[in-house]
Design a protein. Structure first.
Length: 523
């Protein structure tokens, strides 16, 4: 992304309202043109999920939204997102009434494709607007412009939103807006925006402990540790009003139990097969290795026969280990809560913006690493806030580089058709060249000792290792043919290799968080 600010003597009038430069206008137009070209590309079942939600919210009264089972893709997002779908359904009904026909399952005309993909592009403008504000108020505008550009053009958003199909750009715009308010010292607005975000998508609840601790310490308490009653009441009232606006109708109708049963389906398994590149992917791979060792060495270790089939299918479903103890939802919740608590103690002691941003990233990282049935798309919960830290120093840059490379590559299997293969590879390489290379040049520091220099080389070797991994992913299915027992190996190899990098990045970031005294962000 260009670092030099190009000034146009006669910018369009609408651009002056947003205080946009000519280069920023050009990037916006290029982004829209690129995403328009992707309209005919592959789309996942999520596309039909959202079409069905348009139909549910358009045809049914609010009282039936969370009860409808016409399609298997039932409404399972919080009410604000349901209201959002309701708004989108109004123009959809005028463009093509078949879009909002509840019984028109699997409808895929060009009208619905163009409309739904257009709504993703239009709602993502909020992301662009927020990222522009990050530039205007930053200490180092050229560096922040690079970071903002890297987020607006992030391959994760392109893959997940504009091809696979979701609205993450819009949702992360609200998160970044909340973070921006925290950077500006407007903590009340930051808390209200986060409450709004929670009522759009409940996955962000993993970040709630960070907001609770940070807002309590930085907004509701004096420097001497006394509770500021007025501020506490104001913040609490504002958050309660947001939740009442979202949940109020369902509380009135006595539907909260039904709504929560849709939001938290714990009947799903530990793993989303081998896709999510987190700690459980490594544990699952370790269980496979131990199983082979037990079988080959004839050790007298009990083997769960159900686990042999469970973890070798490469399919979505419950994961039962063959050698390791069975993991339940409570175990993942306990591990996640305990690890997050460690970061909360640090944040309580150092309630600065930079500490808040680090803790926010690490809490998202912890949820991704140890959560129950984590989807591969949840890696964006790590990569987006981590990008704001990338330019602080070389250590943060390296952490971001490893996590971004592994996290983005872990999303590649989402696009498994041949037509999208060059798109994801070429776009990923171009994005890396336009972001990683300039940031490396700006932040590089020669390692002070030979062990650190060796580690530095090994980390770069790990990143380069994605080249042969991609080659293996492309060639192996051709060599293996239709053998069902090994067809899942490329996916497993991708998940395990990416998980190794993400676990390392998680460890690096944790060490950085506890070894640094935070002040104000450099960007």
């Amino acid at each position: 992304m260009p670092e030099e600010e190009v000034v146009n003597e006669h910018p369009p009038r609408w651009c002056s309202v947003w205080n946009m430069t000519r280069s920023e206008i050009d990037l916006l137009l290029f982004s829209v043109a690129l995403k328009l070209l992707l309209f005919p590309s592959y789309r996942s079942t999520d596309f039909e999920v959202h079409r069905n939600w348009l139909a549910i919210t358009h045809e049914l009264p609010v009282s039936k939204w969370y009860y409808d089972t016409t399609s298997e893709w039932t409404l399972d997002y919080p009410p604000f997102f349901a209201y959002f779908e309701k708004v989108l359904s109004i123009p959809a009904a005028h463009i093509d009434p078949s879009i909002v026909d509840l019984h028109n399952l699997g409808y895929g005309s060009w009208a619905v494709v163009a409309y739904q993909r257009s709504t993703v592009i239009l709602t993502e403008f909020l992301l662009g607007a927020v990222l522009l504000r990050f530039i205007k108020g930053s200490v180092n505008p050229p560096r922040q412009r690079l970071l903002s550009g890297s987020l607006f053009f992030h391959p994760g958003f392109l893959i997940v939103d504009h091809i696979h199909f979701q609205y993450n750009g819009f949702l992360f715009a609200i998160l970044l807006w909340s973070i921006l308010m925290a950077r500006a010292g407007k903590n009340l607005y930051s808390g209200v925006l986060f409450a709004v975000l929670l009522n759009f998508k409940h996955i962000y609840m993993y970040l709630a402990p960070v907001y609770f601790v940070y807002l309590l310490r930085s907004y509701c308490m004096s420097k001497s540790g006394q509770i500021l009653t007025g501020r506490f009441a104001t913040l609490a009232s504002a958050v309660v009003l947001v939740f009442l606006a979202s949940l109020g109708p369902f509380i009135w109708m006595g539907q909260l139990p039904q709504l929560f049963s849709r939001l938290f389906p714990f009947t799903r398994g530990l793993n989303h097969a081998y896709w999510a590149s987190n700690a459980w992917a490594l544990v699952t791979a370790g269980d496979r290795i131990l199983l082979r060792m037990v079988i080959l060495s004839n050790l007298g270790i009990a083997i769960n026969e159900q686990g042999i089939a469970s973890a070798s299918r490469g399919l979505v479903g419950d994961t039962v280990f063959a050698v390791f103890p069975h993991i339940k939802p409570f175990h993942t919740f306990l591990i996640t809560a305990c690890v997050q608590m460690v970061y909360m103690i640090k944040l309580w002691r150092t309630p600065t913006y930079q500490s808040f941003l680090n803790a926010l990233t690490l809490c998202g990282f912890t949820a991704f690493m140890f959560g129950w049935h984590v989807h591969e798309k949840a890696v964006l919960l790590v990569l987006v806030p981590l990008s704001l830290l990338a330019a602080d120093n070389y250590a943060y840059f390296k952490t971001w580089m490893i996590a971004s490379t592994a996290g983005i590559f872990s999303l590649f299997p989402l696009l498994f058709t041949s037509a999208e293969m060059p798109v994801k590879i070429v776009y990923g390489l171009v994005w890396g060249a336009m972001t990683i290379c300039p940031l490396h040049k700006q932040s590089y520091e020669f390692p002070p000792s030979w062990p650190l220099a060796l580690l530095d080389r090994l980390e770069y070797a790990y990143v380069v290792g994605f080249v042969p991994l991609q080659f293996f992913f492309m060639v192996f299915p051709i060599v293996a043919g239709e053998n069902p027992s090994i067809q899942f190996l490329p996916l497993m190899a991708t998940s395990v290799y990416c998980a190794a990098g993400l676990v390392w990045a998680f460890t690096r970031l944790s060490v950085l968080y506890f070894s640094n005294a935070f002040g104000t962000s450099s960007t």
